[in-house]
Design a protein around this ligand. Structure first.
Ligand code: ADP
Length: 398
């Protein structure tokens, strides 16, 4: 059986075809600028044919999905037949409190996803457009929803409640949800496998450091805390997002700059983070690292502030779990930047972290960075959210 994995945004759609049994990636690609002009990229990974990109009018997501189906089932360039696609796994950003695990999609599930859309207004409606397009074009094929928030639903109330009037929780479900759950789940399970301990008996801190960044504490197989909150704005400093700050700043800046609260929050999401701290040098850590090494003081500030925030969260989560066995770095920065990892690890000697500079420079899907006798083991582990979605999907339909 083949699984089609769909990650549908408002104007883009990423997809992969994965063999459910061998877990081999067969094909991948994306539709971009849907509803604007459109471009479609397809890659037959199995045959190693390389990327093919074409400009093609993509007025809506139905057209996008039909291009995907045509490409992956093409008798020459394709990798499957329509009949072989046993299920479609959809990434859904927000499941609210309704979803603690992945589910088969039916009308009730769609209604529940819609009902929490105001918690993720940019994402959930777009995700559902992808679901509906697949239902239209592949009516007999089961569709599965895999939520970014589900893995974090095991958090205790002391971790997810904000100290606000309770009515905001009761009326609007204002609480910490957390995101990147598929990645935190995938990486924490991989950690247990790699160190050869039962998942239920290990304390792991997962640092998902990408353009969006979050950190989680996973104790005995359950997420007990995570840094993103009601929305993906809270927590770590990110590419363009501020992460944690004094909430009074919103009103203060709004008054000074004659802006609405919504406008300030938009600045916090889109014009802040390392992009802002680096004096708009870049939101990309490759540029920041180069700037840092060339002596750019703002690049240094951005990188130092980013690493300091991560280190503070690691300390907090070690306290939350009364210890930590493994710290795992993942996502674009976590997997690829020895420079950033080293700056974070330099804070953590007090925890018993002893890392090896040479190991830290190595690359691979699983890289051990700590010395063998380090009290806390440290790894860089490649995340694979699409494979995690395919696994969840297969588990529900097989
Ligand atoms: P997202 O999925 O949130 O868009 P990714 O996990 O793909 O983010 O991470 C993207 C980020 O990873 C880039 O913006 C860049 O900062 C960082 N990155 C990628 N490759 C490298 C590298 N070789 N060195 C340092 N940082 C890198």
């Amino acid at each position: 059986m083949k699984i089609l994995v769909i990650n549908c945004g408002s104007s883009s759609l990423k997809y992969q075809v994965i063999d459910a049994v061998t877990e081999e990636l067969l094909a991948k690609g994306l539709c971009e600028r849907i509803g604007i002009d459109g471009s479609f990229t397809y890659e037959n990974v199995k045959a190693g044919l390389g990327k093919e990109k074409c400009d093609v009018d993509i007025p809506d997501h139905n057209k996008g999905i039909s291009l995907v189906i045509e490409a992956v089932t093409d008798p020459v360039k394709g990798v499957t037949t329509l009949e072989e696609i046993g299920a479609v796994g959809h990434r859904i950003v927000h499941g609210g409190e309704a979803f603690t695990s992945s589910v088969l999609i039916n009308d009730e599930v769609i209604a529940a996803i819609e009902s929490v859309s105001d918690l993720a207004p940019l994402h959930n409606p777009a995700n559902l457009i992808g679901v509906r397009a697949c239902q239209d074009l592949m009516p007999g094929t089961p569709q599965v929803a895999v939520f970014d928030t589900a893995f974090h639903q095991t958090m205790p109330s002391k971790a997810y409640m904000y100290a606000l009037p309770l009515e905001y929780y009761n009326k609007y479900k204002v609480r910490r949800y957390g995101f990147h759950g598929t990645s935190h789940s995938f990486v924490s399970k991989k950690v247990a496998e790699v160190v050869g301990k039962p998942y239920e008996e290990i304390k792991t801190i997962v640092c998902h450091l990408g353009n969006g960044a979050s950190i989680s504490a996973v104790k005995n197989g359950k997420c007990v805390d995570t840094s993103m909150g009601l929305t993906p704005l809270e927590g770590l400093i990110m590419g363009t997002r501020s992460g944690d700050l004094d909430p009074a700043i919103v009103e203060f800046i709004a008054g000074k700059e004659n802006m609405t609260a919504a406008q300030v929050v938009s600045v916090l999401n889109k014009k802040s983070g390392v992009q802002a701290l680096s004096n708009n040098l870049s939101s990309d850590f490759r540029d920041l690292e180069a700037g840092y090494k060339a002596g750019n003081e703002y690049a240094k500030l951005a990188v130092d502030a980013f690493c300091y925030r991560v280190a503070k969260y690691v300390g907090a989560y070690a306290a939350a779990m009364n210890g930590v066995d493994v710290i795992a770095f993942t996502a674009g920065i976590g997997e690829n930047s020895p420079f950033v990892r080293e700056k974070i690890l330099a804070y953590l000697g007090y925890l018993g972290v002893d890392y090896c500079e040479e190991r830290n420079k190595q690359r691979g899907d699983v890289v051990k960075i700590s010395k063998d006798d380090s009290k806390v083991a440290v790894y860089a582990i490649a995340t694979n959210e699409e494979l995690a979605i395919a696994r969840e999907t297969y588990a529900l339909v097989k």
